[in-house]
Design a protein around this ligand. Structure first.
Ligand SMILES: NC(=O)NCCC[C@H](N)C(=O)O
Length: 411
């Protein structure tokens, strides 16, 4: 097993001690109907209420013994050295969109004018409107053509889903290459955090994946089921080639994981990530989208004779059979979103009824609005921490999507 003190995630349910969040900011108010599709939103949350809901979410962690870290604060603390800060700004601008040298300089000057790193990082996340930088004249043909477009730099409204741009697996980090351009920009913040922040820089953290690799993989598809089993969805967002790469690297290091299960799930938005259809809530209990219960194709990947070789087996079985086989438990209980009623399941699945977050075995955070699923969870003896959910849910992610555990107690 890895031995750094900063990162430790060997289960989905071990008592949570450190978690990384992002409180939604003005990037949400930079969403417009024209941008929603490309920026992966179906509606525009009301920011004030979204912040209140998010604060209630963060309080649940704090009241239950977990330290809460915020993305913009860790990023700001990671770039206190001027050389690093400059590199970070240059990379950010480079990735924002193609711009002339003069324009890049104007954007950089603007970012450097903020009185603190934290304010600058928040601005990067919010996006930069055209009217914010003086003298950003229309000098080129593309400026004239794009003259109606309101942003110099696009907002990143999905940042509050901290689950996806990277994932803690064991003692290492999968710094993900996201499927979409908009979400791939988010991974720059975590790159700087894990390389340069005092909490991590001397810990020799292994990287299972890097953001500049070709194939895509997202954190919502990465589940650590136990210290031996990692589950990864082959989904709309995560490609098989990325799973193979990551698996080889995990096996090369002295981690305890013995098998990676690649779940072949439908490639559509309702099943966006594995954690939108299935999450672990206790040693032997899972919440699921009723539609993936039936026979499912799973590839089990184990270490071969040498580092380059993987042994891969394909099997098609009921989800419950697969889980009890690999977790070596007699019986697993699948708790169906919407209690199996297709209308309630459809509605509550849309609002992430099966995207719960365990903060300890048998203890989960859930959205208030999914009352049918929540009641069923309680009937199965699960302790619920219920959070308000009118606005945050409009981004199509629940408590698991909105949190990235850094440290869980071993179970
Ligand atoms: N793990 C997750 O399922 N995250 C939800 C991400 C929602 C976001 N609007 C997206 O489409 O990427």
């Amino acid at each position: 097993m890895g031995n750094n003190q900063a990162l430790q995630v060997y289960s989905e349910i071990g008592s949570l001690k450190k978690v990384l969040l992002h409180r939604p900011g003005r990037e949400i108010e930079n969403l417009t109907p024209d941008l929603m599709d490309r920026l992966l939103f179906d509606d525009i949350p009301y920011l004030e209420i979204a912040k209140q809901e998010h604060d209630a979410f963060a309080d649940i962690f704090r009241n239950n013994g977990a330290d809460v870290f915020y993305l913009e604060e860790l990023t700001a603390q990671a770039i206190t050295d001027d050389v690093i800060k400059n590199k970070f700004i240059d990379e950010f601008i480079e990735e924002a969109k193609p711009m002339s040298r003069k324009k890049r300089e104007l954007v950089k000057e603007y970012l450097l004018s903020f009185s603190s790193n934290k304010k600058m990082v928040s601005k990067m996340m919010e996006g930069i409107r055209k009217n914010e930088i003086k003298n950003f004249e229309k000098t080129s043909l593309s400026d004239m053509i794009e003259s109606e477009y309101p942003f110099i730099v696009d907002p990143m409204p999905n940042l509050y889903f901290t689950r996806d741009p990277f994932a803690t697996i064991g003692s290492g980090i999968s710094l993900n290459h996201m499927k979409t351009i908009t979400r791939n920009r988010e991974t720059l913040f975590s790159k700087y955090i894990f390389k340069y922040h005092n909490m991590f820089k001397n810990e020799e953290i292994p990287f299972w994946f890097k953001r500049d690799e070709n194939a895509s993989i997202e954190g919502g598809d990465q589940l650590v089921l136990s210290d031996k089993v990692v589950a990864i969805g082959i989904s709309e967002r995560t490609q098989a080639a990325a799973i193979e790469k990551l698996t080889k690297r995990i096996f090369e290091k002295n981690e305890s994981f013995e098998v990676v299960l690649a779940f072949d799930i439908p490639k559509k938005r309702a099943f966006m990530h594995l954690d939108t259809v299935f999450t672990m809530v206790d040693y032997d209990k899972f919440t699921i989208h009723p539609e993936i219960e039936g026979p499912l194709t799973v590839y089990s990947i184990r270490k071969g004779e040498n580092e380059e070789e993987l042994i891969i087996d394909k099997e098609t079985k009921e989800l419950s059979e697969i889980l009890s086989k690999y977790l070596e438990i007699d019986r697993v209980t699948l708790i169906r979103c919407g209690a199996g009623n297709m209308i309630d399941a459809g509605r509550e699945q849309w609002n992430d009824g099966s995207n719960t977050l365990a903060i300890a075995p048998g203890e989960v955070i859930v959205y208030s609005r999914n009352h049918v699923t929540n009641k069923l969870l309680e009937e199965h003896g699960i302790k619920l921490h219920i959070m308000p959910s009118s606005e945050l849910s409009r981004g199509r992610g629940g408590p698991r999507c909105m949190s990235m555990p850094l440290f869980r107690e071993k179970i």
